[in-house]
Design a protein around this ligand. Sequence first.
Ligand code: SF4
Length: 353
Amino acid sequence: MFVQLRETLQAGGRIDRAQAEWLFTACPDEELRELAQIVRGRYHAPTAATWLKMAIVNYTNVCVARCDYCAFYRFPGQPDTYTLSFEQVRAKIEALVSLGGDMVGFNGGFHPDLPLEHYTELFDKCRATFPELAFYEMTIAEFMFVAKRGKWSYDAAAKAFADSGTRWITGGGAEVLDDAFRLRHSPGKYKVEDYYDAQRAVLNAGMGSTATMVIGFDESLEERLNHLDRLRRFQDDEAGRLTSFLCWTYKPYETELGGAEVPLNEYLRWMATCRIYVDNIKHLRTSVLTRNNDAMMGLAYGADDFDLPTEDEVTQSAGATISHDFEGVLNSARALGFDPQHRAPFGAWNEAQ
Ligand code: SF4
């Protein structure tokens, strides 16, 4: 099987679902890395890797979705809920600037009382105050909730965000894009086709978006492959408009679902499977947020890009530890033979990446 797959990939070909399953479950590690590097090599030089520094600002922990894998949210009315004012958000962004940061990602809960205008005004003030930074202004999951709450169509909501200056609504909140998985763990969040309808509206409004995936809950291999399969078809249909694909791992601490962390080798093997199977997204991102310095090993399994996180309360609530020893992470990449280079934030999808 390995020789056949190597010939296919070297010729620029594509693997099928059964072959992706074989890669993850049976391909020897060294051969899996070799195959991942073939697909990586279609886009990037062998030792190339890029990074930027990013804070995730969690503007509210109020959420009505009740995902059982989430340790961050508080239901409305609970005593320790919060919603940050602009001044509090600004203080967080100033902390990022003091650390030499490049980008802010906003991520909060499904707050039932905040209309779309609350977000566009907040983001507008942030862009005006920090013109030197780039902003990921919410995730597709939050976008869907805000649109539904205000009875906006996805197209109309996307146009409202784009008209207000938003350039990115990322693919965050995807976890495992499989309806059986969603029903088990976050039945109030969305259905898979709804997610892609919203993402298509975001792209059609001229904003950029990304793909994400989280592994390590209780999902089956079938469910994981469903995620990759649907993502690859979406990216084909959308002519390559998703800029990057970030795969990270579930943190189980303090969550209702609980469980154990995915072993590093399983994460790396899944990363390689993502690189080989989802061959139509240029950048595969490895997760320092959830794997710290070990994430750099993902570069040898097909990843080419990562961010150095400065804060993210969502994953920290569930056990993630964020270090500001940024040079230590970069040295881990160098020790593996990579040459990590600081990059500017990507432009929106229709600009050169
Ligand atoms: S993961 Fe997001 S949507 Fe789900 S409960 Fe947590 S904050 Fe709410």
